[in-house]
Design a binder for this molecule. Structure first.
Ligand code: G1P
Length: 293
């Protein structure tokens, strides 16, 4: 039985929705409370037993590479000052048993193309794809990728994370449809990238979590440009569905769309409200807040 050992993080996007914040820094380095978005994603992968993290980066993403590297000066300084707690926080960004691989996607040809760029690091085995823009928080429970790895282990087929979305929002999502197999699990009979509401096959939207078999790479090699004139992962999955059973899994946990300003703000507020160090003070602040309407 194959084990999911590798996760791919497509992080080459320009983050134009967060300009000017993202003029010089990667959008994945924006912080939610006290951690960059990308670290929520890598922690979710590591918690699911994944050992190799493959980052598909663009030219302006060096801060991500630095974040997962050793910070000699900082670590030496913290050690000298006996700041053991802070030192631990810094060292734990990349646990010692985890390997990081960085691959340049030199042209922004879309999510499908980014995943194909990761092939040399993934090899011929199933793997996870995590889009850090989608922060999924399952307070105390198993992370989304862990839940999906569990499904993969039972079904040995591709698993796509999904949630119910407003049909009017279908233009922002891959949309799937198919019969329900179990509580939270359906078969994907149809998958289409960003359809107009009138063409959406259901109200089930794809979120940024996938477990894919390596057969996806062959499909991606021949996938033509689709929605937004980009090579879409969704289109390659639709092609793969002709050969393999694909599953849609409606995960447990709350997803924040941190690719949008409102979703990013919501994530900050909700996670601050759960934060050990901050929750009490923040609740007090919110209670005292005066609204104008
Ligand atoms: C990507 C996928 C889309 C999926 C979405 C989830 O789109 O192409 O199928 O529903 O992520 O966040 P993007 O948001 O990168 O345009």
């Amino acid at each position: 039985m194959s084990v999911i050992r590798t996760a791919v993080f497509p992080v080459a996007g320009l983050g134009t929705r967060f300009l000017p914040a993202t003029k010089a820094i990667a959008k994945e380095m924006l912080t939610v409370v006290d951690k960059p978005l990308i670290q929520y994603a890598t922690e979710e992968a590591v918690a699911a037993g994944i050992k190799t993290l493959v980052f598909v980066v663009g030219r302006t993403k060096n801060a991500i590479i630095d974040h997962y590297d050793k910070a000699y000066e900082l670590e030496t300084e913290l050690r000298l000052r006996n700041k053991t707690e802070l030192l631990k926080i810094v060292e734990e960004v990349k646990p010692a048993n985890i390997n990081c691989v960085f691959i340049r996607q030199s042209e922004a040809l879309g999510l499908g193309h980014a995943v194909l760029c990761a092939e040399p690091a993934v090899g011929n085995e199933p793997f996870a794809v995590i889009l850090p823009d989608d922060l999924i928080y399952n307070n105390g429970g198993a992370g989304c990728i862990q839940q999906m790895v569990d499904v993969y282990n039972r079904k040995q087929g591709c698993v796509i994370g999904t949630q119910t979305v407003a049909i009017s929002e279908s233009v922002n999502y891959g949309m799937v449809a198919g019969p329900k197999l179990e509580d939270k699990l359906s078969r994907v009979d149809e998958i289409v990238e960003k359809p107009a509401p009138e063409n959406a096959p259901s109200d089930q939207g794809v979120v940024g979590r996938y477990i894919l078999t390596p057969a996806i790479f062959d499909k991606l090699r021949t996938t033509e440009r689709g929605a937004g004139n980009e090579i879409q992962l969704t289109d390659a999955i639709a092609d793969l569905r002709k050969d393999e059973e694909i599953y849609a899994y409606s995960f447990e946990g709350r997803r924040f769309d941190c690719g949008s300003k409102i979703g990013y703000l919501e994530a900050n507020i909700e996670i601050a409200l759960q934060h050990e160090e901050m929750a009490e003070g923040f609740k007090k602040y919110l209670k005292g807040l005066k609204y104008t309407d």
